[in-house]
Ligand binder design. Structure first.
Ligand SMILES: Cc1cc2nc3c(=O)[nH]c(=O)nc-3n(C[C@H](O)[C@H](O)[C@H](O)COP(=O)(O)OP(=O)(O)OC[C@H]3O[C@@H](n4cnc5c(N)ncnc54)[C@H](O)[C@@H]3O)c2cc1C
Ligand code: FES
Length: 262
């Protein structure tokens, strides 16, 4: 059960490259680690980057209860994430979290399909573990540009099936992961699909699920300023009006999202 947002100073336990332009950072954050639900995110302030006022939003990939730690997988994109790669063991930063509404799979889910594109695979891992613990069959589809950008290969292999697609065919199926999700939806009876990744990819998965009559949840990314529902920088058009990605999401029922809106 959610305990509301917590503010926590944390120290870096590990920060290392795990794929091309992708790092894994482990932070001690016992209160956030204990309160977090799959699909929620944290707002991170880097104490080695005072030029940035805004925090950076990151989904939590994994929790290490015995260390009271959270693990984030992040792609190096701009100034903030470049600074983040320089954090070393023992450095201090702070987090606000857990934020937002995470995944809300149906009770008694019997078979789930999780579809991740790029870094969008990260917030699906805790969900996969939760569904597996509850007895569901969990099939995972992951897409990446090329083999050196594939993440979570080893951890996601622990579930019932893992299907990898790369744009250039350097690993697994050559093409988009949406081809694999289409085939799997035709082959198996799913009662839940969760997807996270580039918006065009999520939109295709949502349409495939609509055609197949399977409930689908999407995790939407928007640029975020406050992360607490106050600034409206992260709004998303939905069938129920404008919603804030940070506190009403990031996870939404796919049928609720108005995809044409920008
Ligand atoms: C709820 C949520 C969860 C996220 N989880 C993860 C995660 O698990 N791993 C991860 O690597 N990234 C994640 N992101 C994206 C991450 O927050 C941004 O990549 C990061 O803030 C970029 O910071 P920067 O200063 O390095 O880049 P900037 O200089 O701010 O931006 C570099 C480029 O990235 C684009 N960009 C920045 N933020 C976003 C965003 N939110 N959505 C789309 N494009 C963006 C900018 O437009 C620009 O083109 C998440 C974002 C949200 C909203
Ligand atoms: S980031 Fe300010 S309302 Fe969502």
């Amino acid at each position: 059960m959610s305990m509301g947002k917590l503010f926590e100073r944390c120290s870096v336990l590990e920060n290392e490259a795990v794929a091309q332009d992708v790092y894994s950072i482990t932070l001690t954050s016992p209160m956030v680690a204990a309160a977090l639900e799959p699909g929620q995110f944290v707002h991170l302030h880097l104490n080695n980057n005072d030029s940035e006022i805004l925090r950076l939003p990151f989904s939590v990939y994994d929790v290490v209860p015995e260390l009271g730690a959270i693990v984030i997988l992040y792609q190096v994109l701009g100034n903030g994430t470049r600074h983040m790669t320089r954090l070393q063991m023992g450095d201090i930063c702070d987090v606000i979290g857990p934020i937002g509404r995470g995944w809300f799979p149906p009770k008694n889910c019997s078979r789930a399909l999780l579809v991740g594109g790029g870094l969008g695979t990260a917030p699906l891992y805790l969900l996969a573990k939760q569904l597996k613990d509850q007895g569901a069959i969990v099939d995972v589809v992951m897409g990446a540009g090329c083999s050196s950008r594939v993440i979570c290969r080893d951890t996601m292999a622990a579930f019932d099936s893992l299907h990898i697609a790369t744009d250039d065919g350097s690993e697994g199926f050559k093409g988009f992961c949406t081809s694999l999700s289409k085939d799997l939806l035709a082959l198996n009876d799913y009662d839940y699909v969760a997807t996270c990744g580039p918006e065009p990819m999520q939109r295709i998965v949502a349409a495939q699920c609509k055609d197949a009559g399977v409930p689908c949840q999407v995790s939407m990314e928007r640029l975020m300023a406050c992360g607490v529902g106050a600034c409206l920088s992260c709004v998303l058009k939905t069938t129920a009006g404008l919603k804030r990605c940070c506190v009403d999401g990031p996870v939404f029922d796919a049928m609720e999202v108005i995809w044409d809106a920008k």
